[in-house]
Design a protein around this ligand. Structure first.
Ligand SMILES: [Zn+2]
Length: 372
């Protein structure tokens, strides 16, 4: 989810909104103002609209507070946080990598609902204070509404089903008890699929009977179902790769190319004798300086191929994931997926010994995945 609108940085975390968050805002606004029209028919329309808008905006702010809590704790646990984006179905924190221990995973997950409960307490106190100083009932109702909806948000997020916070909590607890992260993740994801299907069913029924929220629940259920399915596959990949070492999947002694060669010269040679689609580049001393891929070669315009060297067209060593032959493959997977060229170089005591591609990993997963 890419933010359409960047809103700034809070506690060192970039926050933004996707255009679809306008849908959430409109829906909340509509629900709140129609509720107010029913409860406060004597109030002028302008006041009700202002109160509805304030309630909707403050609710989005409390969604941000929930996500910022996740991000801040994730950062404290040493994970990299890319940012927070608000969209149609709520807030999303984009966190790179995964918690190293169940305790860290638990802390990152539980702090979101805790922040929502804290927001609820704050809004309840505000409602109480507003009532005490005798401000109009409409404004007390706004604060009360925000307190209640934050309690509901915390409760919903605590349902033990991935990708909800409760699913992460369940995963951390199962992981701590049974010591197996992958199987814990599979169970949390299965709960997520079950919960997603239940929401789709209930949302569908609600929609059929003409209640406006049905469609929103249906979409949320679909989102949870899809996310949980992806998490289950990812967890199974992790389980399949448990104990597999980089040396078992790499292509040993890869074909190298000299960095000083021109793209045109190399392509000519490539057409007749080379079979691979990526080549580590070596300098005159035989040191590895980068990686050239077939895609990078053909991306060089025809007119410039004679004057461009492989070194100029290549990915530099700093941009390529590097591994040791004895590293677990599971650790390499996320780095490989995040890299532009989807290839990793394998070094043993400073010497290039192999190359790993995404298809090497897929093959390893297919070989080790349990049948059925
Ligand atoms: Zn959360």
């Amino acid at each position: 989810m890419r933010a359409t609108l960047r809103l700034g940085t809070v506690a060192g975390v970039a926050i933004g909104a996707h255009w679809s968050a306008l849908g959430t805002l409109a829906l909340l606004f509509a629900v709140v103002t129609s509720g107010f029209a029913h409860t406060f028919p004597e109030q002028p329309t302008g006041a009700r609209v202002a109160a509805g808008l304030l309630a909707a905006l403050l609710f989005l702010a409390s969604l941000f507070a929930h996500e910022i809590a996740h991000s801040v704790v994730a950062k404290r646990q040493g994970l990299e946080v890319e940012g927070i984006t608000l969209w149609l179905l709520g807030g999303v924190s984009t966190i790179r990598g995964e918690a190293a221990r169940p305790r860290a995973e638990f802390a990152i997950a539980i702090v979101g609902p805790a922040a929502s409960l804290a927001s609820a307490v704050v809004f309840a106190l505000v409602a109480w204070a507003l009532a005490a100083v005798g401000v109009g009932q409409l404004w007390v109702a706004v604060a009360t509404y925000l307190a209640v909806i934050n309690v509901l948000l915390a409760a919903f997020n605590l349902v033990p089903a991935a990708p909800l916070d409760g699913g992460r909590v369940l995963r951390a607890v199962l992981w701590a008890i049974r010591g197996d992260r992958a199987s814990a993740a599979v169970w949390a994801a299965r709960m997520g699929r079950g919960f997603g299907m239940a929401l789709i069913l209930l949302g569908g029924l609600e929609f059929l009977f003409g209640f406006g929220f049905g469609l929103w629940w249906l979409l949320l259920g679909l989102f949870i179902l899809v996310m949980a399915g992806a998490e289950e596959r990812q967890a199974q990949t992790g389980a399949a790769l448990a104990g597999v070492r980089v040396r078992q999947v790499m292509t040993p002694d890869p074909d190298t190319a000299s960095g000083g060669l021109s793209v045109e010269g190399f392509l000519g040679e490539y057409a007749v004798s080379r079979r691979h689609s990526a080549f580590p580049l070596v300098d005159a001393q035989g040191r590895v300086e980068g990686l050239i891929t077939f895609n990078r070669l053909i991306a060089v315009p025809h007119a410039r191929r004679a004057t461009t060297t492989l070194r100029e067209a290549a990915a530099s060593l700093a941009d390529i994931p590097v591994a040791d032959p004895e590293d677990p493959v599971a650790d390499l997977v996320p780095r490989l997926a995040a890299s532009a060229d989807r290839r990793a170089l394998v070094f043993s005591t400073g010497r290039l010994v192999g190359i790993v591609t995404s298809s090497d990993i897929s093959r390893a997963v297919a070989l080790h995945l349990p049948r059925g």
